[in-house]
Design a protein around this ligand. Structure first.
Ligand SMILES: O=C(O)CCC(=O)C(=O)O
Length: 262
């Protein structure tokens, strides 16, 4: 799907549901490059952080907002992701950060129900006009802890959040009330599928009790009109140069060849 163009119907459905699934957004070659480079990236592996869930299991990720000529930036800056996010959020977007959620087989922890804006509000972001897109690196299924969302919950406004073990979780009584109104959807994905979601959409994922790892890359964007504090990994407005979608193959293939040559 080299040149994806989001349709008006898809923009409408994102506005109503708070998320949009695009199956096969990245082809097999692009997905294999992200998988091959991501899984053996020792520099990033050394920066993996942990946020324990309420059962004490390790929910791990690495996070960056750097701009380099690398495979991650080729995804983040692609018209397919950044251009689509601009249509969905109705303004120019810039990179807030990107992160790899490293949910390992058997041990990967859960993520409690939350809105991303529950975190980002505290960074001085004035509006919730922000969004993320998740790209499946491994298959992401109920068994290995796929993303779960409450459809349409972004329309409930910002919900109180507080500490939940080492994570920030939404007020559980309020989440229960919203569950009575909003459908609970399990967003199962194949590698290369993309899931766009609004910063106020309630989402969570369960621990990985299966034998299959569940890695996903998440690219998070803010809109130009939304002021926020300039923090490491959570910058204020910095124009994002979008790159042609072919850069994923160009950068990915040359990086993979370097890695294979040692
Ligand atoms: O990786 C997951 O399953 C959850 C990720 C998430 O909730 C987030 O990045 O906000």
């Amino acid at each position: 799907m080299g040149s994806f163009r989001v349709s008006d119907d898809q923009v409408r459905s994102f506005a109503e549901d708070g998320y949009l699934m695009v199956p096969g957004m990245f082809d097999e070659v692009e997905t294999r490059l992200l998988y091959g480079i991501g899984k053996s990236d020792t520099e990033k592996r050394d920066r993996v952080g942990v946020a324990r869930d309420t059962e004490g299991r390790e929910s791990k990720l690495w996070l960056s907002s750097d701009s380099r000529d690398d495979i991650y930036n080729a995804f983040v800056r692609s018209h397919r992701l950044a251009g689509t996010m601009e249509k969905l959020l109705g303004d120019e977007v810039y990179l807030y950060h990107y992160k790899m959620m490293v949910k390992e087989a058997r041990v990967g922890g859960a993520w409690e129900w939350h809105q991303d804006y529950g975190y980002w509000y505290n960074n001085g972001c004035v509006y919730p006009d922000m969004g993320s897109v998740m790209i499946a690196v491994d298959g992401s299924k109920r068994a290995n802890g796929c993303l779960e969302v409450l459809k349409g919950s972004h329309l409930c406004g910002r919900i109180e959040h507080g500490r939940s073990a080492e994570q920030i979780g939404a007020d559980t009584a309020r989440v229960d009330l919203i569950k009575e109104q909003c459908e609970h959807v399990y967003c199962e994905m194949e590698p290369g599928d993309a899931l766009f979601f609004h910063a106020n959409l309630l989402h969570s994922s369960q621990a990985n009790d299966s034998d299959d790892p569940r890695w996903v890359l998440i690219c998070c964007y803010n809109t130009r009109h939304n002021p926020c504090r300039d923090l490491p990994g959570h910058p204020s407005y910095t124009p994002l140069e979008q790159w042609g979608d072919e850069r994923i193959r160009e950068i990915g293939e040359s990086r993979l060849a370097e890695m294979e040559a040692g």
